[in-house]
Design a protein around this ligand. Structure first.
Ligand code: GDP
Length: 529
């Protein structure tokens, strides 16, 4: 039992969120480097060929050289066992990206210092806020000309609505980047560009009170730093661990992932400011991670990793206890059926490994013969259910029908199975039959995935007409009279497969209009289970 506690206490499970190109992959590589998981940076995302060894489960991935689903990396550092959850971006942005955040205990937000807060960061940030998890900010690319530091912090506070607390402070940027000032130790870590790709290399520290500092960084930079420190100490929020834990205050760090500057400092602070897995909400109250019984929930289902078999891998986040290979658990949403968890897998840096044991905080992927759904609970304890995973708002919609009307059955079966995996959401016209199906996806790539899979796995050709809607809202009011709802000309009423009404809008402005026109109407961006 003491071992169980020790193992779980050293777990840290976090997701990295960012807008594409902010430097998420580069930062992850540097983390792994410190953990000794890989020897040379640059091997996490070998964009074209190298990558396929890891996840060539789908032609689309190969063709485009992108990963359709997110992955998990585990490494050890400083006595901790760290799980990093990747949140895919670009066109491969999907609901999985959001769901990954349900499995994380905290998030690291990477921001490009010359770009500030960008669209995808904003979206992912919303999910972190909904979960009240700690959010850490790493402002990257300081070796390039960055925006004014105060402006960057201001932007984060205003755009994302979270208070910030800089733990260190950059001295200049771009060609004039001299290093970062640690507000706690009052030391400056001098920037040097010699560490590329390795963890070796010496770090030069100098106290802010050391007269030699002026010669090191120059009078102008020194004067500016002094002025900024004074301003900062007067104006910025003080560090408050409790607010950080609640996700109301984001500790901010500056650095340059590419040159490996400020990365280890960040990692060290991060580990100290975060906790091992905390209790998770369930219908029986909170579930203690240190409990003896194993429990986990499914947050992602990845289909067809092997095309020859129609198999799937269900990824689950362990929330309590210990997992051992082949163990028998109760699948609660599967009618409390006892099942054996076979072929468990885990991503260790690059490769997929078969794991024998895993602990609360870890992510494992198990073979799924088609029995799991997103949000399912598995446990060795008396059956209970973890709080469900919300449905996230799709942003792209299309009307879909099968070309060959004789294949209606296969078409519906395929659509429903793919929807069950959570790759797409299906809707229908309000108060009409299933003659035409409306598909909603979070990322446009999912349309291609849908078409590809229906053709290849279900032998059904489809036609897709994209619809102009970009905003979907779930109606929270239980007793709404849809016929009395006063809409806008660009609004469309639809319903999900359970008959619950939803609204589609072309623009955000109409959402506001409809709220104004219908007193008491409550709309939500997240769907309930
Ligand atoms: P991701 O899309 O967020 O995973 O971003 P990547 O890690 O792939 O980085 C995008 C580009 O920015 C790559 O060309 C990186 O080499 C570059 N990059 C990442 N971090 C830094 C940095 O600290 N400084 C500079 N100058 N470039 C960086």
């Amino acid at each position: 039992m003491a071992d169980l506690r020790k193992e779980i206490e050293k777990r840290r499970t976090f997701a990295i969120i960012s807008h594409p190109d902010a430097g998420k992959t580069t930062l992850t590589e540097k983390f792994l480097l410190y953990g000794g998981a890989i020897n040379l940076a640059g091997s996490v995302k070998g964009k074209a060929t190298a990558r396929h060894a890891v996840s060539d489960w789908m032609e689309i991935e190969k063709e485009r050289g992108i990963s359709v689903t997110s992955s998990v990396l585990q490494f050890n550092y400083g006595g901790y066992c760290i799980n990093i959850l990747d949140t895919p971006g670009h066109q491969d942005f999907s609901e999985d990206t959001y769901r990954t955040l349900m499995a994380a205990d905290s998030a690291v937000m990477v921001i490009d210092g010359s770009k500030g807060v960008e669209a995808q960061t904003r979206k992912l940030f919303k999910v972190c806020v909904m979960r009240h998890i700690p959010i850490f900010t790493f402002i990257n690319k300081m070796d390039r000309d960055a925006n004014d530091t105060f402006d960057l912090l201001d932007e984060i506070e205003k755009e994302l609505g979270i208070a910030t607390c800089p733990i260190n402070w950059p001295i200049g940027s771009g060609k004039n980047f001299k290093g970062v000032y640690d507000r706690n130790t009052r030391e400056i870590m001098m920037f040097s560009d010699t560490l590329k790709g390795t963890k070796e290399g010496t770090e030069k520290h100098i106290s802010v009170d050391d007269p030699a500092l002026i010669a090191e960084i120059g009078q102008d930079a020194y004067d500016k730093l002094m002025e900024e420190i004074e301003l900062l100490d007067g104006a910025s929020a003080e560090f408050d661990q409790e607010l950080v834990t609640k996700g109301e205050l984001s500790p901010v760090f500056f650095g340059s992932a590419l040159t490996n500057f400020g990365v280890e400092t960040f990692l060290q602070h991060f580990l100290k400011m975060t906790y091992s897995p905390l209790p998770r909400k369930a219908d029986i109250g909170e579930v203690d991670p240190f409990g003896e019984n194993f429990s986990a929930f499914v947050f992602k289902i990845q289909a067809n990793m092997n095309k020859a078999h129609r198999d799937r891998i269900a990824f689950m986040r362990i929330c309590s206890g210990k997992f051992t290979a082949g163990m028998e658990v109760t699948h609660v949403q599967g009618g409390n059926k006892k099942i054996k968890l076979s072929q468990p897998q885990q991503m260790m840096a690059q490769e997929r490994h078969i794991v024998d044991e895993a602990y609360a905080g870890d992510i494992i992927g198990v073979f799924d013969p088609g029995i799991f759904s997103i949000g399912d609970t598995l446990t060795t304890a008396k059956p209970f259910k973890f709080e469900g995973i919300p449905t996230f708002a799709p942003e792209h919609f299309a009307r879909v029908r099968q070309v060959d009307t004789m294949k209606r059955k296969q078409f519906m079966k395929g659509m429903q199975q793919i929807a069950q995996e959570g790759a797409i959401q299906i809707f229908q016209e309000y108060n009409m039959g299933m003659e035409e199906v409306i598909v909603g996806v979070v990322g446009v790539l999912q349309f291609d995935v849908l078409k590809y899979r229906l053709e290849n796995e279900y032998n059904v050709e489809i036609r897709m007409d994209t619809l102009p809607y970009e905003h979907i809202r779930w109606i929270e009011n239980e007793d709404i009279d849809m016929d009395k709802l006063v809409g806008t000309s660009d609004m469309k009423k639809i319903q999900d497969l359970k008959g619950r009404p939803l609204l589609l809008f072309v623009n955000a402005w109409s959402v506001g209009m409809v709220l104004d026109r219908n007193e008491g109407l409550v709309l939500s961006e997240f769907g309930r289970e």
